[in-house]
Design a protein around this ligand. Structure first.
Ligand code: NAP
Length: 246
């Protein structure tokens, strides 16, 4: 039996991309996983089936992370199904690009609502409900360090997430719960690839000395470390998983 058996992990935005790879990896690690999604129901159900076929345990949970009540209901559902929650992986996020001078209010408000308020909504529930000994992994981006043009509003929401990470790690003193963030570099998912030319994708892939894009599995491996037994001494940190880009 795995050391992680009986531990329950909520992974937000787990229907596609990095989140789906995280859910799959944590199920392989022995965790029971809650696959959160907002729109891609068929993909979430398909992933749950795949995990169960391999002998894992999974539940799908529709909740827009920007919706406070939906987030509460997701935690309620996880507790009702499995008796408690140990791990929160705050992966759900959106990215649209615009120069700051050209970004409209809807662009700003949507990023804040999903990336920053969405992370806050789940963190607040986790802070009240996670079992002692739990783990929280938030999602930032290496762009916070790299500061590329057109990523301003997106990067600002993720800088906010990094601030929440360090402070919450301290606020959970005494409960043996770690709070960290993973900050990927360019990773081959819809979020990164959509709308970019082959030439631009190639150029960005070569920005790191390993000269390739990250894969969702690369990022899932970093999360697996942080939530697993070997990651227990890492707390309040942002881990840039980007092949050495910055
Ligand atoms: P993705 O391929 O676009 O997938 C996004 C996931 O988030 C989907 O499962 C989507 O589910 C879900 N989602 C979106 N809005 C949601 C909401 N309001 N509530 C709940 N779920 C929602 O993105 P990704 O590349 O895997 O990104 C995952 C995380 O890594 C994000 O936080 C992103 O900022 C970060 N990141 C990515 C990269 C990269 O290069 N890919 C680099 C740095 C950081 P539905 O389809 O069901 O809505």
């Amino acid at each position: 039996m795995s050391i992680n058996s009986n531990r329950v992990a909520i992974v937000t935005g787990a229907s596609r991309g990095i989140g789906a790879a995280i859910a799959e990896r944590l199920a392989e690690d022995g965790f029971t996983v809650v696959i959160n999604y907002s729109g891609s129901e068929a993909a979430a159900e398909e992933l749950a089936r795949k995990i169960e076929e391999k002998g894992g345990k999974a539940l799908t949970a529709k909740a827009d992370v920007s919706d406070v009540e939906a987030v509460r209901r997701m935690f309620d559902a996880a507790e009702a199904a499995f008796g408690g929650v140990d791990i929160l992986v705050n992966n759900a996020g959106i990215m649209q690009l615009a120069r700051i001078a050209d970004a409209d209010d809807a662009h700003f408000d949507r990023h804040i609502a999903i990336n920053l308020k969405g992370s806050f909504n789940t963190l607040r529930e986790a802070g009240k409900r996670l079992r002692d000994g739990g783990r929280i992994v938030n999602f930032s981006t290496s762009i916070v360090g790299l500061k590329l043009e057109t990523y301003g509003v997106y990067a600002a929401t993720k800088a906010g997430v990094e601030a929440l990470t360090g402070i919450m790690a301290k606020e959970l003193r005494g409960r043996s719960i770690t709070v960290n963030a993973v900050a990927p570099g360019p990773t081959a998912t819809d979020l990164f690839l959509n709308g970019k030319s082959e030439e631009l994708i190639d150029r960005m892939a070569k920005m790191n000395p390993l000269e390739r894009l990250g894969t969702p599995q690369d990022i899932a491996a970093a999360v697996s470390f942080l939530v697993g037994p070997d990651g227990g001494w890492i707390n309040g940190q942002t881990l840039r998983a980007n092949g050495g880009m910055i």
